[in-house]
Design a binder for this molecule. Structure first.
Ligand code: NAD
Length: 676
């Protein structure tokens, strides 16, 4: 069958040939055996409903074996036979250009260069799924290939409920992932629902077809590391006349963990920020992948060799990224024992998913951990918690010696506190801030800056270079008149884009990310639309973002951790955001339970928008991006965040029709007196 034929066939009438289990590929760990015998019957019945009855006799034992072997039914046999990668938009069978763009985005997520466990349809974060099984993938591609601009595809946690009539301004796809009744949102509930085949953890850009590989996070990490150095370590004051700012950071030591999907961006960000970075990674396959991609400079598996190497790099102020292929706890304990001065510390293991392969406990090999996780989950849980207590003890010692440690949005502080580690201050707060509290929140989100991204649907590097140039032009024009509060953010982003091509950040589709505010995102998008209209770009462009943003995500330990009016545990903002995007021109919208910090811990939403040079696209850009940013600024302003108040008042002054409720600030002494 050709590529077109295979897509149009959906789930083929005849049984496709079984696919061999590819041992070269990084596979998801075996999930824990959570279903009771009767529930296993249900899981099989659920899986078989995708297939005609005459195939059940062949498929039932095969799916039963997958459930037993892997804890899930992935339907490996139904993996397509064509190569998985984002093709130029014209190569897809489609009646709707918008749907073709979504097909390309889906295939990019599943590209083995991009996805973490591509055969289990896991894109990043250990459990961030795009679909639950290959039948869902095949059906979705068939629906997208046949739908028109007057239909909407409805997605329930990877399952395509079907195509429903709508209209051209409606989203082509609406995605919900992991939406459950709040009382059933514990990690084990996810394990059960996922094993039954009725829900999935979509993370965010995994389940919303918007993942662009580690580039997305390189940018955020670069900004975080640079600003941690500037703000917290006071490096800005060390910039001497004639010195480039990044030189002031040379010789700083940044220690962290994780070379996975997102965390793999840390060494690259360290290099761009100009520091020495050391990243621990327990999985040699993950470390090797990043090394081969040029994202980390050196791999070391022996601490006796690594320690002198670190000291040499720091002394010589080298800009270099070192990886320790081993457990991060061993690294921290050794650094503490040898009293090595560490400037910046963090952790990006997948602690949002601590019991199912997100964090590997010290003292066990990767294989031992995987076995224990499946065969003795209680022992595994205890080993993880002991490991976290040890990790925190070493970090505390180094922090006592002057290290600035920050939580990197992976639930490290939360899980460490649950493990009984020494991570709380006497008043119950965490000892360490999240990077949002100190850096991203007050300097970026409150002003509406967030991770605007785009993907060129021609898949041509030349188109990406043209869009880069347009973005620099727009931001440079804006920077001339920017108020002081946001001038630095503009400069950082201009420099980022100017150097993006040289840093070879593209893995998979021709995508770019930068941080911009509402005005920046809108003006850049309109410039792209105009360039498409004039034929200067060779194809449409998809706009989107991740969850690490001002409005899309309610996450009390991450994106909304700098909300202090008590509303950080509410999720109105994220839900409103997706509803509002849906009727203002998004091509697809998605809302998820669980993002970076774990199932039940966050609600986040996203969008994708295909722009094609038309007047409709220009209208969608203006209407939807405005809401997508200002919803969150308005909420942050209501929570009394000063920068957000500044930003929303500035927006109201220039936008007729925007009227936001502003808070009155009460005198705290008066309140305390009144209460006593
Ligand atoms: N702050 C942010 O902006 C941000 C962005 C993305 C992801 N995150 C969070 O960071 C975490 C990592 O994301 P990811 O996509 O890289 O996940 P991932 O699962 O792909 O990578 C995590 C890596 O950590 C390694 N690891 C686990 N335990 C270890 C240990 N004890 N020692 C050494 N290595 C160990 C794993 O082998 C894995 O490769 C997630 O929790 C995610 O939600 C934060």
């Amino acid at each position: 069958m050709t590529f077109h034929e295979e897509i149009l066939a959906g789930i083929p009438a005849r049984l496709p040939e079984a696919k061999p289990y590819d041992t070269e590929i990084n596979h998801a760990p075996k999930r824990k055996d959570i279903l009771k015998p009767e529930e296993k019957v249900l899981a099989l019945k659920n899986a078989l409903r995708y297939f005609p009855k005459e195939l059940h006799e062949a498929l039932a034992p095969e799916f039963a074996a997958e459930l037993k072997e892997y804890g899930r039914i992935y339907m490996y046999r139904y993996r397509p036979s064509y190569q998985m990668y984002a093709r130029p938009i014209d190569e897809y069978p489609a009646r709707s250009k918008q749907a073709a763009a979504i097909m390309a985005m889906i295939q990019n997520n599943l590209d083995p260069r991009v996805a973490q466990h591509p055969h289990e349809l896991i894109i990043y974060g250990g459990n961030g799924a795009i679909f639950q099984n290959w039948a869902q993938y095949r059906l979705v591609m068939q629906y997208l290939a046949t739908m028109t601009d007057e239909q909407t595809l409805v997605m329930y946690s990877g399952h395509p409920l079907g195509l429903f009539p709508s209209h051209k301004d409606a989203p082509r796809v609406i995605v919900t992932n992991g939406m459950v009744i709040p009382n059933y949102s514990k990690p084990d509930d996810w394990e059960r629902f996922n094993a039954l085949g009725v829900s999935q953890y979509g993370q965010m850009t995994a389940g919303s077809y918007m993942y662009i590989g580690p580039q997305g996070i390189v940018h955020g990490t670069t900004i975080t590391v640079m600003n941690a150095a500037r703000k917290v370590l006071g490096m800005r004051s060390r910039v001497k006349p004639g010195m480039r700012e990044e030189e002031s950071r040379n010789g700083l030591l940044f220690v962290t963990a994780g070379l996975g999907g997102m965390s793999g961006a840390q060494p690259k960000a360290g290099n761009i920020a100009g520091v020495v970075s050391v990243t621990a990674e327990i999985n040699p396959k993950a470390a090797q992948k990043r090394y081969e991609q040029g994202w980390v400079d050196e791999l070391h598996d022996n601490l006796d060799e690594l320690l002198p190497r670190i000291q040499k790099a720091v002394a010589a102020k080298e800009v270099v990224s070192l990886a320790y292929v081993g457990n991060v706890v061993d690294l921290w304990e050794r650094l503490a024992a040898d009293h090595i001065h560490v400037d910046l510390g963090s952790d990006q293991t997948s602690l949002h998913n601590p019991w199912a392969g997100g964090y590997y406990p010290v003292g066990y090999t990767l294989e031992q951990s995987k076995e224990m996780m499946a065969d003795d989950p209680d022992a595994f849980r205890m080993a993880v918690q002991e490991s976290l207590r040890r990790q925190v003890a070493a970090i505390n010692q180094l922090a006592g010696d002057g290290m600035y440690f920050f939580d990197y949005g992976n639930a490290f502080l939360l899980e460490s506190s649950r493990a009984g580690a020494d991570i709380l201050l006497p008043d119950g707060r965490f000892r360490y801030p999240s990077y949002v509290q100190d850096i991203m929140g007050p300097m970026y989100f409150d002003y509406g800056f967030g991770p605007f991204r785009w993907v060129c649907m021609s898949e041509k590097p030349s188109d990406l270079a043209k869009t880069d140039a347009l973005a620099v032009k727009v931001l440079s024009e804006m920077a001339e008149n920017s108020p002081e509060e946001i001038a630095g953010q503009m400069r950082d982003n201009i420099r980022w884009i100017e150097e993006a091509g040289r840093n070879k950040l593209v893995v998979g589709s021709q995508a770019r990310i930068l941080y911009a505010d509402c005005e920046g995102r809108t003006r850049i998008a309109l410039a792209f639309n105009e360039a498409i209209r004039k034929g200067e770009l060779e194809g449409p462009v998809v706009l989107g973002r991740d969850h690490h943003d001002v409005s899309g995500t309610d996450s009390p330990f991450r994106e909304t951790s700098n909300i202090y009016d008590g509303s950080q545990f509410t999720a109105d903002m994220a839900v409103q955001n997706v509803i509002g995007d849906g009727f203002r021109g998004a091509t697809w919208v998605s809302i998820h339970n669980g993002g970076g910090v774990g199932w039940g811990e966050v609600i986040n939403g996203g969008f994708g928008m295909v722009i094609d040079g038309s007047e409709d696209s220009a209208r969608h850009i203006r209407e939807m991006l405005f809401w997508d940013v200002n919803n969150g600024i308005a909420r942050r302003s209501w929570a009394r965040n000063g920068a957000a108040r500044f930003a929303i008042e500035r927006e109201m002054a220039r936008t007729p029709g925007l009227k936001v409720t502003l808070p009155n600030l009460a005198d705290e002494d008066l309140i305390r007196k009144s209460l006593n």
